[in-house]
Ligand binder design. Structure first.
Ligand SMILES: [Zn+2]
Length: 208
């Protein structure tokens, strides 16, 4: 679940819950464990941190609490945080692109399911840190960064090259899903080579 509706009125008041993390800073969280437990924080031993989902106003309160006590505080908006199940969601919504294969949206290569790397077209850290990418996400009809509309199949090589790049890569990421785009691209490449060959032919005919 990416965000929760208010438990008291799930239909009218949609309060976005942020994910707060408290870690050891100048002081250890150990001294404040009772306070944290009383405030419904849960300790995650894997990351050695306390965590809780709370509203942004509560988040500000905890930020002040941590600042005064020398603890390390971070807050994340789940809307712009990579989920753990986005790969499964992608394959559930998009069984295959062509035949039993997926097409890499950046280079057009056909891939088996096991070769596919699911890529966030609008990169996670761009959306988390810049308002213009949050706007772009909304404009492309995505509710969260892990919305299937923001996910594309990519080959390993293209995914490494793209990394968290935006701009031109975002356009390619969205256009590359369309079969028409690849048809037009191939036609233009075919035309381009045909023109080059005609020019070479003319040059050979008149100048050699
Ligand atoms: Zn590729």
């Amino acid at each position: 679940m990416d965000y929760k509706a208010s438990p008291c009125n799930p239909f009218f008041y949609h309060i976005y819950f942020m994910r707060c993390y408290i870690k050891n800073g100048a002081n250890s969280t150990y001294y404040y464990k009772d306070i944290l437990r009383n405030n419904d924080f849960v300790f995650n031993p894997r990351y050695n941190r306390w965590q809780k989902d709370c509203s942004s106003s509560e988040g500000k309160k905890y930020a002040r609490f941590c600042r005064r006590r020398g603890l390390n505080f971070t807050i994340e908006d789940p809307k712009y945080t990579r989920s753990t199940d986005y790969r499964q969601s992608f394959f559930k919504e998009r069984p295959y692109d062509r035949g039993r294969k997926y097409r890499c949206v950046y280079c057009g290569k056909l891939l088996k399911k096991s070769q596919v790397e699911v890529d966030h077209v609008i990169p996670v850290d761009k959306a988390a840190n810049y308002n213009k990418y949050k706007r772009l996400l909304r404009l492309s009809g995505c509710k969260t960064i892990n919305d299937v509309k923001n996910l594309s199949a990519s080959c390993r090589k293209c995914n490494r090259r793209k990394s968290n790049k935006a701009g031109y890569w975002i356009i390619r990421g969205f256009l590359g899903r369309s079969f028409l785009y690849w048809t037009i691209k191939r036609t233009f490449i075919g035309l381009f080579y045909s023109i080059i060959l005609i020019i070479l032919g003319v040059c050979i005919k008149y100048y050699v």
